[in-house]
Ligand binder design. Structure first.
Ligand SMILES: Cc1cc2nc3c(=O)[nH]c(=O)nc-3n(C[C@H](O)[C@H](O)[C@H](O)COP(=O)(O)OP(=O)(O)OC[C@H]3O[C@@H](n4cnc5c(N)ncnc54)[C@H](O)[C@@H]3O)c2cc1C
Length: 364
């Protein structure tokens, strides 16, 4: 039996969650709903603008051409996000999900047939769109068609985090502790040590410290860094961009993507061509060079007419087996060391899976 189990009452546990990005916040929400007492700690504010989740938006779409099973799973995940939107959105946040659709360039008739077959297999609504209807977006040369997924859209990520934080603050079972840095996690017990010399203990510990998780626990991951550039469209295109879908497979080489300026956000653009591995999150970076490469990706036509408001580099971790969920690292400790490039969208899956394992019997 773990030392922490002594704190359990019936099926109720005391759960310490480390990290208040999307994973930690949703884990705290899920555990609270299950009747557990939750202590959520973060080294910064809650939510923390320095977390990788803290951004204007993240894309939410279902279609993976050639993968009906994965597409079906993503459709169920989409419904889960809609439930979370209904639970967490409030007067301050407004709707947290905006259904603006996702457009993906298709290169050649085989890609078009593949998209239609996959969508039909799982009854996903899509239509084939004409790239000429989006003259402000740069498509790879020779792109004759694009697939449009109308139910897809964007999660207003930072508003989601704030709304989850406000929801948790209203729950008697949840305690939020910002400004507390965890320096040590004991995998063999439900105890974490903090930089101020104090400790937190629970029946279970969930480590959701994003790309910082692996270092905290000494787990092997690959760290990826990618730059995103935020733009203000010229006055004549503001309305058009506010109604433009998310777009992928764009730019000269088809590796760029953009998120539109929906709900008052800035237009955001990046390309997988600027993603690179780093050995440490603190490795120096030539941000100006990466920004220039994003701007020259060809994702946006006449980009010199746009104001570059800011650029930001962001990290995520992957692991050798490709897993993006929580792994059990000790009798009472779980961690999500590698959420991957899709880790915001898949956070509810990771959280639901770990929450289903939390019971006194499972951790004794
Ligand atoms: C360029 C880019 C684009 C992306 N686009 C998408 C996308 O479109 N869709 C998608 O689904 N995903 C996307 N992702 C991935 C996604 O953003 C992340 O996988 C996800 O946000 C990770 O969330 P998290 O809660 O696990 O970690 P984080 O959001 O990083 O949260 C970790 C938290 O832990 C805290 N913390 C760290 N160390 C400690 C410590 N020692 N003690 C206490 N607290 C600590 C941090 O302060 C932070 O608040 C993208 C990532 C990048 C880099």
């Amino acid at each position: 039996m773990t030392g922490g189990l002594r704190q359990a009452h019936g099926d109720r546990l005391r759960v310490v969650v480390v990290g208040a990005g999307i994973t930690g916040l949703l884990a705290a929400v899920r555990c609270t709903q299950a009747g557990h007492r939750v202590v959520l700690v973060d080294r910064g504010a809650i939510p923390h603008p320095g977390s990788t989740s803290f951004d204007q938006h993240r894309a939410l779409r279902a279609l993976t051409v050639g993968d009906p099973a994965g597409t079906g799973a993503a459709m169920r995940l989409h419904r889960r996000w809609r439930e979370l939107d209904a639970l967490l959105s409030d007067r301050l946040s407004g709707a947290l999900y905006r259904r603006v659709g996702v457009l993906t360039a298709l290169l050649g008739p085989a890609a078009e047939a593949g998209a239609l077959d996959t969508a039909e297999a799982v009854r996903l609504a899509i239509r084939i769109a004409d790239p000429a209807d989006f003259p402000h977006i740069g498509f790879p040369e020779g792109t004759a068609a694009a697939v449009f997924e109308p139910q897809a859209g964007v999660l207003l990520a930072d508003r989601f985090l704030h709304a989850a934080g406000r929801w948790l603050r209203r729950q008697p079972l949840a305690e939020l502790r910002p400004g507390r840095t965890v320096v040590d996690v004991r995998p063999d017990g439900g105890r974490v040590r903090l930089a101020d010399g104090t400790a937190e203990s629970g029946d279970a510990v969930l480590v959701a410290a994003g790309p910082w998780t692996a270092r905290l626990l000494g787990l092997p991951v690959v760290l990826h860094r990618q730059s995103m550039v935020y733009l203000r469209p010229p006055a004549g295109l503001v309305n058009r961009w506010a109604a433009t879908p998310v777009a992928g497979g764009i730019g000269t080489d088809g590796r760029a993507w953009l998120l539109p300026s929906v709900a008052g956000t800035l237009l955001k653009v990046s390309t997988d061509a600027v993603r690179h591995e780093v050995s440490d999150l603190a490795d120096p970076s030539n941000q100006a060079r990466w920004t220039a490469r994003v701007l020259s990706s060809g994702a946006i036509r006449d980009i010199e007419r746009y104001d570059v408001v800011r650029a930001r580099q962001c990290h995520y971790a992957t692991q050798a087996d490709g897993g993006t969920g929580f792994v059990r690292v000790g009798p009472a400790v779980w961690a999500r060391p590698a959420s991957g490039g899709d880790g915001f969208r898949t956070a509810p899956l990771a959280v639901d899976a770990v929450a289903s394992q939390l019971s006194p019997a499972a951790i004794s």
